[in-house]
Ligand binder design. Sequence first.
Ligand code: PTT
Ligand code: SF4
Length: 613
Amino acid sequence: MLYGWNGKILRINLTKKEIKVQQLNKDLLVKFVGGRGLAAKILWDELKPGTDPLSSENKLVFMAGPLTALPLPSSGKIVIAAKSPLTHGYGDGNIGTKFSVNLRKAGYDGIVIEGKAEKPVYIFIENDNVEIRNAEHLWGLDSFETEDKLISEVGKAFGIVEIGPAGENLVKYAVVMSEKGRAGGRPGMGAVMGSKNLKAIVAHGDKEIAVFDKDALVKKGAEGYSKIKQSDAYDFWMRQGTMGVLRWCQEANVLPTYNFREGVFDEFEGITGDVLEKLKEFTKGCPNCNMICGHNVKFKVEEGEFITELDYENVAMLGSNIGIGDLHKVSYLNMLADKYGVDTISVGSAIGFAMELSEKKLIDERIEWGDYKKAAELIEDITYRRTELGKMLAEGIEFTAKKIGNGAESFAMHVKGLPISAYDCHSAPGMALAYGTSPIGAHHKDAWLIMLEIKQLGRHAYNKGKVEKLIWMQNIRGGFFETATTCRLPWIEVGYPFEEYYDLFYYATGVKISYDFVHTLTNRIYALIRAFWVREFRAEGREWSRKYDMPPERWFKEPLTKGPEKGAKLDYDGYNKMLDWYYEMRGWDKNGVPTKETLEKLGLSEVTKVIWG
Ligand code: PTT
Ligand code: SF4
């Protein structure tokens, strides 16, 4: 008997119009747990090396974990994964939505979508009834309109995920959207969905998920909710959510400014969490969460008055990073990105890059820092691929930099093709390493080391202790939360103890876990994902090397010119030393490839053969 896991996933082939249910065995589930663990295993096993990410051969995986939808804190998340069209490596994202809870209650842990529909379709799931339905009437609608239309067709009980026009137009960093303010899959999961002519998935389920010890789980879950509410950090969190960190970033000199040239922004007072509080209309959030953080603001620009949901990453990348110090204007750009279904971080990075290209006269267009109208125009040009610059930027900043040449690559702020999320690292080497070693490219999802680094680890130090902390953090965030798959914010933001999850996991599944389990699980998943990158790069004619784990040149060569950290830049040798320690601790060789011994020890002999012959 399986507990916690449903042990079933849907297999939907859009080319063949085939729907199947696949059973998963317990050994596999315990070995990879769920979310990104199972998704990575499926993509490794089933993709032909060198698969074109936007071809019908790529697979789009929605995968929950054994804690999703259970009565415990913030359990409404699901992972979306595929080979990334942006990076050509492993890509995933994590989204909180009613869809995840409904999918699990319909009896499935995940969905693997294969092939490509002839015409636009959406997938309808209601418990055992699964259908592929026509979506021609939805194609072309933005994500808000799509959600409204689908609700009117299937009813409010359904959870919905969809793409906007950016996904339809295969913008390489299109995301999957839900509920007008949730977004997942920065490395282009929305484009993969669009390439399959899949506009949306709707799900409703009302089955009970069997758990190992229901009474204990319910009790522990309830205790969790009350611990969260009693936390000292709760009130401030409820007021500002992720936006609470913006002022700290400015003070710490890490707020991305002018395409990561600086870490302080003169006009930052116009875009802080305090301004958010003044504009706030209402707050909403993911299912099963009592610390909801979807802060929706009412804002006014020349174009009219609107509402949008704001998070720190969005505001920093569409604000200070492109020279805008007015939350109304930033909100407008954020709303466009959500409607079109394009990643705010990547599009903010693309706009900042274009502004700097313009400043350096490397392109003909004139796009001044801080010009929100031009920025809005660019978001549309990218979404609809309607100008030469828009078309180029829709392929990503790495692509654009290569095309432009003339030194542009040194200020294209990405790692492995994925734009850096909103923390400047001129003066934070540990965070730079977190970006360098993140399994999807430069995202803070796996390790937000920066606050710990600045407050406790000796900001400018390059030492082993920092690398150990990074690995610990990746294990918990990237290993546990991305497989279990619950929201990590109760642990990070309001101090809900991580150890409580061992009990929750046990009461849900009957499997006892500890930190050792989490460490081995993460080593396994990271090794598998790293092997995926190596295999795919080789198949596309690029030999893997440690250069792919290096942050952009700017942070090594151009010191900060302002703020308390003025003069700071990264040290090349220091970074490389930390990278070596990192590889050693994960059991990887000098180029960052998991060794034979490591792969065997982690039970990945199927990988050894492919990587080492
Ligand atoms: C996430 C990344 C982030 S991280 C943000 S804001 W953040 C951006 N949000 C976008 C958005 O919004 N619209 C849009 N068009 N693009 C966006 N791109 C950016 O995407 C999100 C929260 C947040 S808000 C964070 S940190 C935490 N992330 C979690 C995670 O990754 N795993 C986990 N187990 N729990 C997490 N909890 C928090 O969830 P990606 P969401 Mg997101 C509008 O998708 O690809 O992982 O990138 O999921 O439901 O929106 O919740 O300051
Ligand atoms: Fe969703 Fe925020 Fe709650 Fe996490 S804390 S589950 S992101 S509403």
